[in-house]
Design a protein around this ligand. Structure first.
Ligand SMILES: [Zn+2]
Ligand SMILES: [Zn+2]
Ligand SMILES: [Zn+2]
Length: 138
């Protein structure tokens, strides 16, 4: 399978060992079109215990392969990073849109990137969560 080879290469490109669990988790996240809620990952990967799932997610997060797209009281949503994220730094210029109709969370590019400066502060990451109606639901 083409995508599987791609995912293996993605892990290797971040100096991560290719393991069946990492591949399994990454496949689930990659096949989901928008950001995938933790509860759905858990349901799809019943063979993972809680600790294994937590550790595998952390490896992918630290490796610059996935990021948290949205966090609310019920769930945490994860999405694939694009090419420019690395294990040193997540570089996201997009925002996260939570659709109030289908409740899916997606990574969307903005037309005018938001620039925020705070005196005497080094900003590493800006998280913007937007709710609205996504293009599929308009
Ligand atoms: Zn990232
Ligand atoms: Zn929607
Ligand atoms: Zn995102």
């Amino acid at each position: 399978m083409k995508e599987k080879g791609g995912l293996e290469n993605l892990l290797r490109s971040r100096n991560l060992k290719v393991t069946s669990r990492r591949l399994e988790l990454l496949t689930i996240i990659s096949n989901y079109t928008s950001a995938i809620p933790y509860s759905k990952i858990q349901k799809s990967l019943k063979n993972f215990d809680r600790v294994t799932l937590y550790r595998t997610l952390k490896v992918l997060l630290d490796g610059g392969i996935i990021h948290k797209a949205f966090v609310n009281n019920d769930d945490v949503y994860y999405a694939r990073c694009r090419q420019h994220c690395t294990s040193d730094c997540h570089d996201h210029k997009h925002i996260h849109l939570k659709c109030t109709v289908c409740r899916e969370v997606s990574c969307v590019d903005v037309i005018h990137p938001v620039q925020i400066k705070i005196p005497n502060v080094i900003i590493k990451q800006i998280e913007i969560e937007v709710s609205g109606v996504c293009e599929n639901c308009i």
